[in-house]
Design a binder for this molecule. Sequence first.
Ligand code: C2E
Ligand code: MG
Ligand code: MG
Length: 749
Amino acid sequence: MARTETQRPAWPLSLWLPICVMLVFFCLGALLWVAARNHDQEQLKLALQVETANVAQQLEDDFRTHIQALIRMADRRAIDPSITPAQWKADAENYRKHFPYYQALEWIGPDMHIRWVNPIAGNEAVQNYNVAFNTTRRHALERAAATGKVDITPILTLRQGGTGAVVYAPIGKGEHFNGFIAGVFHLQNLLQGLLSDEVLRNFAVTVSDGDGKTLSLTPNTPLVAGFTRSQALRIFDLNWTLTLEPSHRWANARRSEWSNFVLLAILLCGILITGLLVLAQAAMRRKQILQETQDALKAEIDQREMVQSDLERAANFNPLTNLPNRRFFMEDLESTLRQSEENQRSLALILLDLDRFQTLNDTLGHLHGDTLLNAVAQRLQQLTSKRISLAHPGADEFMFYLRDISGPEDIVPLVSRIRGCFELPFDIQGIQHKVTATLGISLFPESGHDANTLLRNADIALYRAKENGRNNYQFFTSDMHQRALQHLELTKSLHRALSQDEFVLFMQPQLDLHENRVDSVEALIRWHHPERGLLPPSEFIPVAEETGMITEIGRWVIRKACEQIARWQGGPFSHLRIAVNLSGRELESPELVDFIENSLLSNGINAANLEIELTEEIFIDNITHNLEQLVRVSRLGVQLAIDDFGVGYSSLAYLRNFPVNLLKIDRSFVEHVDTRQDDAMIVRAVINLAHNLGVRVAAEGIETESQLAFLRAHHCDVAQGYLISKPVPVDKLETALLEQRYSTDNTPS
Ligand code: C2E
Ligand code: MG
Ligand code: MG
């Protein structure tokens, strides 16, 4: 089954989106990681800076304290130069207790030689050592002696061993100069003593002077390469620099794990979101597939429902007008009847048939016939209400039921409204068509207790209304039922009549008024009914026309007429032409012409001996087809006559186009032709007009000499009527003809 066209585009299950999202998260993580790392590094630098500053501060403070102590010692000595070696020793030891980083305290005489040293142990090598051992030193010491300012050596290799520096605090200055109090720092010891274990464990500490001499204390742990911090030490005039190079341990301890954590967290987020994305995609895809399946299912259900409702509609509604059909209407009527029965209310069923719709349909063509039916349906539909239902069972029939009525008088307003629907003409293709309708009405409960009976009786009433002339209405009565039964009976017995050969052709002579002799006879059918005796055509032809049996009867007549012509061939009646009556309906049959031709051929007769009589209805019903049929008949050589001329549509214009040989003026004009001016005028006009068109004229129903005289005087060509002869059986006709009884002054009785 076809799906609906409104399908969504397939949701793409793409890996690109998750990959991109993952990449974004990765980049973001990397960026934040780098940023966090940089921040860490900055923090580390800061920490190193702080640490270096602290260490420098500590070194400076301690150094300065130690040097201050030395200066104080020198100042004391300057004030009181008389000091005994024992006092010096006690003093020096006391100082060394308080300032433990001095490796040695020395008194240097003005001659620049070390005099006293404390402690002696370990410093024996410097006893009497000349501290101005080179020019630079001497100049520096002399400058100190002169200025009284402390002199500090660059970092040097100590005579006692190791690397260090010596601080010289002059005792007095200038001419009062009395040597130096010197303090020897063993730098390594000094640093190890001054710096905390924490610093020593975590940093490589380097002290360097301006001459490039350095001392480094390096922990036995790996250092962070290239990551150092230096700071100048502000100790008197010293040009020393302190450099700290941290160990990995120190750096790592300060490094925050945030960067890694952030990276990890973002990567995890990325993985999570990517995963969610993949899951969401899969879910959406799944949802979409589900939705698609649902849509397809819904479309199928819709389609089935549509088919179902179409089927229901087709089962219950007329496809042309969309009105309920017979089935639906009858079911509805049946249940309404049951309710009416319970409520003891009456109901009317109205059957409506459009008059001469077939003719209109043929004239307009089926398409416009349908348009007309629709237009009628629309007008009728406006009459429906809660109490009034309408249906279109098919063809040109409509039916109503009107419920909850008290009696027939309640129906009259609806009937007049129905008739009102036909007052205005219908516009079909810009042409106004006046349409009328005939109604048959049956009543519940009087005319039937069930829907079928009511419908059948409404149909009988309709038929009766049509018989009485169209464009009216008729209530069903019980005697109609009787008639309908007879009608039914007649239809059945017509079949029998054909098979049992109960029909017979009577012949009525037609007198040629110019030759004054009978040249033709009209075959008029009779029925030898086994019970009812000899029946005239008016008793059974209309029923035969209605039931369609007229075709078979017509063929029978043609066959019998041809056989008769054949029998007359070669005899005294071989000149006689037989006119047979055909009803318009017979002309519809496409096989008619072939049948006539076969009958002529099989009987070996001359076509000119056969005449076909048709009434004027052929000029309005299905003209093109009829013209075609008549042309074919005429081509065979068969004569054509228009019967009962004047009562129908009386259009002489058609005579020009149709191959007509004879015009038979209807008996109703002939009846008073000798007494009524208007009839006389009409008959005269018809004769003249027909003659002008080259058509011969016959007058029907001539019963008096006076009528005949009038017609003869006005050049009517053929006379037919009781005055000449009534229709008679063939044998009687033959006898009369042989006896030449058919002259105007010698008519048979
Ligand atoms: P129609 O073709 O016009 O036939 C003439 C009718 O007028 C005949 O009636 C005839 O008996 C009657 N008639 C003739 N002269 C006079 C007269 O002077 N006075 C009076 N009062 N009547 C006269 P019939 O035979 O009863 O036929 C009636 C109609 O039945 C015919 O009218 C024709 O239309 C139809 N009919 C007869 N035979 C056939 C047939 O074989 N096939 C068909 N389709 N219709 C037939
Ligand atoms: Mg006739
Ligand atoms: Mg006639």
